[in-house]
Design a protein. Structure first.
Length: 434
């Protein structure tokens, strides 16, 4: 459905009962793949390659931040035929990352309130059966991880903007049973203190031996050679589960906001914000596997060996070492949390695919992002496309009411999405036509 039809949607839910085969299946390539919000449509597939990138400054970099408005009563997220979108919970202060505990509880970071909340179950009205505050007094928390891996973790790890901490935990806890234990300091001081990218995600390797912590850059494109604030930033850092720093696992990743472990290959994957002010269609954000010791270009290069003109001539020895990401999504999408779909509720073709939240642009003349996308995978490898999956957060006049941040798969196989624009958690479920 396109956005012009939002006004006619029911206020309580959107459920389209057409068969799944009604998907358009259209693939946009080349210049046509660089769309804006008016062209978003669930089922529309985009393929952007490094050959499609324009020259720097082909258009002027702009500051075009969203005009945020209250969600109109008749505005609702749109998805593909066969999927039902329901409002799980609202009234939150900018909910950010959401992760599913082994027992099915949903843990949500309220970063601006410095707390973690827990949402349990789904009642007959589609709302949580229980809501609780798990922990307070944190420092812009974002990342959430359970350890050891498996059905009975003993700890909940939290990525504060300046540290990694953990709370004692047993399955079913709605409140922390003890105080936070600080494990490691992290670079940066957080957005509220002028520290640049402030979110810190946490994920453990498939064998549970490594803790990966993502730390975004301090700046848009400052040279780390001359800016000490960039030390150990724009990196994924490796620690032991006890918090001992091991090494920079991968570098040149401007802001890996969302981390996930590929369940098929065991590889670390990142959902990444690239740089701004090179024009409307530079530089595409991306979703990619992360190679140990890999270099992804920032700040000297982007998407392979394309040099950033603002640092022209710097580090020519790195040009041929820049890894091209697996999937290029729209430029300035602000790609945030990602997850692999391992549920059984959605049709079989979704198994192993990626869902990623695109928070939306501020640096593009025509808005883009503001959606959840699907990245199709085959045997653990991306085919290089992304598909509009959950749209409708921008009104026809360009005003914005919702901004997706977090995505997680519930134990029932439905998809939960946090939206810090409307302060809501959305639930996407699939119901076959009978």
């Amino acid at each position: 459905m396109n956005l012009i039809r939002i006004a006619s949607l029911a206020a309580l839910a959107c459920f389209v009962s057409l068969p799944l085969t009604a998907q358009s299946g259209k693939v946009l390539t080349g210049e046509a793949a660089f769309t804006d919000y008016t062209q978003q449509k669930p089922g529309l597939v985009h393929k952007i390659t490094k050959a499609d990138l324009p020259a720097p400054y082909a258009t002027k970099g702009v500051d075009n931040g969203a005009n945020m408005v209250k969600r109109p009563d008749n505005a609702w997220p749109q998805s593909l035929p066969g999927f039902k979108v329901s409002l799980y919970y609202t009234g939150l202060d900018r909910p950010r990352e959401i992760r599913t505990a082994p027992n099915g509880d949903l843990f949500v970071a309220l970063s601006y309130e410095n707390k973690i909340m827990v949402f349990r179950g789904v009642d007959a009205k589609g709302n949580p059966k229980q809501v609780s505050t798990f922990a307070t007094g944190l420092s812009q928390p974002f990342g959430i991880a359970f350890y050891p891996l498996g059905t009975n973790p003993k700890w909940v790890y939290i990525g504060n903007t300046d540290s990694v901490v953990r709370f004692p935990y047993k399955s079913g806890d709605l409140k922390a049973s003890g105080p936070a234990q600080k494990l490691a300091d992290l670079p940066g001081g957080g957005h509220l203190r002028g520290g640049g990218h402030w979110s810190r995600d946490i994920v453990f390797s498939k064998d549970g031996q490594k803790m990966f912590v993502s730390v975004g850059s301090h700046s848009n494109v400052d040279d780390p050679d001359t800016h000490p604030a960039e030390f150990h930033r724009a990196d994924v850092l490796e620690f032991t589960p006890e918090g001992k720093f091991v090494k920079v696992y991968a570098s040149g990743i401007r802001n890996c906001v969302g981390e996930a472990i590929n369940p098929t290959t065991g590889q670390l994957w990142c959902s990444v914000n690239e740089r701004d002010m090179l024009g409307d269609n530079l530089v595409p954000d991306y979703i990619t596997h992360v190679q140990e010791g890999g270099f992804y270009g920032w700040p000297y290069y982007y998407i392979g060996g394309h040099p950033d003109p603002r640092l022209k001539g710097k580090h020519p020895e790195l040009k041929d070492k820049v890894i091209v990401p697996d999937v290029l999504v729209g430029p300035h999408f602000a790609s945030l949390e990602m997850t692999f779909y391992e549920g059984s509720q959605f049709p079989a073709q979704y198994k192993g695919d990626i869902f990623a939240a695109e928070h939306g642009s501020w640096n593009r003349s025509r808005r883009n992002g503001y959606e959840v996308v699907r990245v199709k995978m085959h045997d653990g490898k991306a085919e290089g496309t992304y598909e509009d999956f959950l749209t409708g957060f921008v009104l026809p006049n360009g005003d914005v009411w919702g901004r997706p941040v977090g995505v997680t798969v519930g134990n029932d196989g439905s998809l939960f999405v946090t939206d810090d624009g409307s302060g809501s958690i959305w639930r996407v479920s699939y119901e076959e036509k009978k």
